[in-house]
Unconditional design. Sequence first.
Length: 286
Amino acid sequence: MSDLLPKIREICNLFEIKPSRTKGQNFLVNERIYEDIVKAADLGDQDTVLEIGPGLGFLTFKLAQRVKRVLAVELDDQLANYLQIGIDAQGIENVEVFNEDILRFNLNTHLSTKSKYKIVANIPYNITSFFLRLFLASSHKPESFVLMLQKEVAERIIAVPPEMSLLALSVQYYAEAEIIREVKAGNFWPEPKVDSAIIKLKVKNKRYPDGTNLIVEDKLFFRLAKVGFSAKRKMLKNNLAGGLKIPQKTVTNILLENKFNPLLRAEDLSLDDWLKLFAALREFMV
C-alpha cells in the first residue's frame, strides 16, 4: 500500500520539508491511487489541466505525460520550489508551476476564457466548500473536476433526499457528481484522522433554456435555496414564508399545487424538486 513512502520520506529529509497538518499536507503514498485519479479525469493529449495542491509532483508528472498543458498551483513555498526543480531537472516543458493561493489565483491571466480545461485537485479539506463555489459559479467553468476530498464531504455532495443539504444542492445544480472510490487514511503520510474519497464532477452544459440570464437565475435560485435551508428543524413552508416575506397560506397552496407535501423539510427535496419549486416561486424572488 505504501509503495512510495520511502521515496517521499527521502525527499522530505533531503529538502527539509515537514508536512504541515494545518495546511492539510498529507502525501498520497499509494501509486495505484494516482493512476485511478488520472483514469477518472478522462484525459486527452490536447487537454489543459489545472492541478491544485500538486505537492511533491507524483501526480503532476503523470498528468504531464498525458495532456498538452498542466497549470500546477501550489501554496506552499517549499513544495512549489521542489516541484519546479524536479520539472527543470527532467526537462518537462508542458508544466507551469504557480506558487499561489488557488482562492486568489487569476486563471484567466494564464488561460483564454474560451479555452476548455479540467481540474484535478487534492485540496485542503477546510477550503472545499469555498473552492467548489468559486469554480462552479465561475463564468469560466472547467469541463470536469476530479477531487480528493474527505470521505464525509464527498458523501454529502452526492446525497439524495432525505439527506440533501445546501452543499449537495449547490454542487448538483452545476454538475453531475459520483464517488470514484474510497481512499483509506493509511494511504497517506502523515496518516490523517479521516478517510478520503475520489469524487468526479462533470459540469452541466445547460441548466435553463437558451437566452436565459444565467447570472440572474443562479443568484435567485440560491437565494431560494438558502432561505429553504435557513432553519433545519423547521418545515420548508415556514422557512419560505419567513424568508420570502409572503403569507404561509400562499406558500402552502403553492406546495400543494405542485404536489409537494406541506409538511416536508428542505432536505426532503431533490434538485429537480427545487427547480420545480423555484419556477413556482419565481415571481416572489424579485
